[in-house]
Design a binder for this molecule. Structure first.
Ligand code: PBG
Ligand code: ZN
Length: 325
C-alpha cells in the first residue's frame, strides 16, 4: 500500500460552498457597533484627517449617519461628545443640556428600539487637562471621579442611553454607576464595562476626533500596562462582581489573547473595541494600495469574532455592513 493520506483537510476547503458551510465564525452586521462623534457648535460635519471616512458630526448629520447604520443592520452606535467649552471638572459631560445628552436624545428619538444608543462615559473630552478624571495636583483622584461619573451616568440614562460604557478605568466605576443608576430609577440601563482597557499607542487618531488628548503626562496611572494579562482577568472579576452586564477589551487586534480568556472565563457578553489606530493603520496602507481594504477589514473583524467577541466596536462598521449585506 502506498501511503495516500486518509485524512484530507483540503476536502472541506475545495469550493466556496464547502468553505462557507463549514466556517466556524460568521460576521454579521448585527455584531457591529459604530462609534460616532458629535461636536458642539460646528456648522457642518468635519472630517477627521487621521481617520478617513470618520467625521465630527453636527446633531443633524449624527442622526442621519445613525439612520444609515441602522438601515444596514448595525446593532448600535457608541456616542462621544465634543463640547465647545471645557473646564477642570468636565462639567459639560453631565449637563442635561450638554452636547452629549442632546446627541443621545436625538439618537434615541431617531432610532427608538431599532438600534442601541450607547453612551461612552468619561471625562477626557470635557476636561481642559484631557485626563479621564478630576485631578488632585497631577494625579487623577479616583473617588472624586466616581462622584462625577455617577451624575454623568444618570444624565445619560435620562437622555435616552440604553447602555452606558464607562471608559475611564477608575477603580469601582462599575459598582458606583450601578448604584447611581438604580437609585435614580434606571435599573434597566445596561452597563458595558471597558474592562481591560490598555494604555495604548493606538488611541492617537481618536484623540484628534474627540479632542481629548491629555495636556500633560499620559494615562498609565489608570489604564492597563500592555505587558499584563493576569491583571486583565483581575479587572474582569471586579467588573463582574460590581454588576457589569457586558465586558469589553480594548484595543482589539493586539489583545486577542485577553479577549479569548475573558470570554472563556466569565462567559458574559463580551465586546472588543477595534480602536482608531487599528483603523487608521489599515486605511493608510489601503490608501497607498499596499493592502486591500475590504479583505483586510473583513479578516480583522473575523479574527476579533473568532477570538471571542460577541460585539465589535469599529469605525469600519458602515462599510463592513455594506460588504456583508
Ligand atoms: C477615552 C477614550 C479613548 C478611546 C475611547 N474612549 C482614548 C483614551 O483613552 O485616550 C479610544 C478609542 C479609539 O482609539 O478608537 N476614555
Ligand atoms: Zn477618558
Amino acid at each position: 500500500m502506498t501511503s495516500l493520506p486518509l485524512r484530507r483537510p483540503r476536502r472541506l476547503r475545495r469550493t466556496p460552498a464547502l468553505r462557507s458551510a463549514f466556517a466556524e465564525t460568521r460576521l454579521e452586521p448585527s455584531r457591529l457597533i459604530a462609534p460616532l462623534f458629535v461636536k458642539e457648535g460646528i456648522p457642518a460635519p468635519a472630517p477627521v484627517a487621521s481617520m478617513p471616512g470618520v467625521y465630527q458630526h453636527t446633531l443633524e448629520s449624527l442622526v442621519k449617519e445613525a439612520r444609515e447604520l441602522a438601515g444596514r443592520g448595525v446593532s448600535g452606535v457608541l456616542l462621544f461628545g465634543v463640547p465647545a467649552h471645557k473646564d477642570s471638572s468636565g462639567s459639560q459631560a453631565g449637563d442635561p443640556e450638554g452636547i452629549s445628552q442632546r446627541g443621545l436624545a436625538a439618537l434615541k428619538a431617531e432610532l427608538g428600539d431599532e438600534a442601541l444608543v450607547i453612551a461612552d462615559l468619561c471625562l477626557c473630552e470635557y476636561t481642559n487637562h484631557g485626563h479621564c478624571g478630576v485631578l488632585d495636583g497631577d494625579y487623577v483622584d479616583n473617588d472624586a471621579t466616581l462622584d462625577r461619573y455617577k451624575r454623568i451616568a444618570v444624565a445619560q440614562a435620562h437622555a435616552g442611553a440604553d447602555i452606558v460604557a464607562p471608559s475611564g478605568m477608575m477603580d469601582g466605576q462599575v459598582g458606583a454607576l450601578r448604584t447611581a443608576l438604580d437609585e435614580a430609577g434606571y435599573a434597566d440601563t445596561v452597563i458595558l464595562a471597558y474592562t481591560a482597557k490598555y494604555a495604548s499607542s493606538l488611541y492617537g487618531p481618536f484623540r484628534d476626533a474627540a479632542e481629548g488628548a491629555p495636556q500633560f503626562g499620559d494615562r498609565r496611572s489608570y489604564q492597563q500596562d500592555p505587558a499584563n494579562f493576569e491583571e486583565a482577568l483581575r479587572e474582569a472579576a471586579l467588573d463582574v462582581a460590581e454588576g457589569a452586564d457586558a465586558l469589553m477589551v480594548k484595543p482589539a487586534s493586539h489583545y486577542l489573547d485577553v479577549l479569548r480568556a475573558i470570554k472563556d472565563r466569565f462567559g458574559l457578553p463580551t465586546a472588543a473595541y477595534n480602536v482608531s489606530g487599528e483603523y487608521s493603520m489599515l486605511m493608510a496602507a489601503a490608501q497607498r494600495g499596499w493592502i486591500d481594504e475590504r479583505a483586510a477589514t473583513l479578516e480583522t473583524l473575523t479574527a476579533i469574532r473568532r477570538a471571542g467577541a460577541d460585539l465589535i466596536v469599529t469605525y469600519h462598521a458602515k462599510k463592513a455592513a455594506e460588504w456583508l449585506a
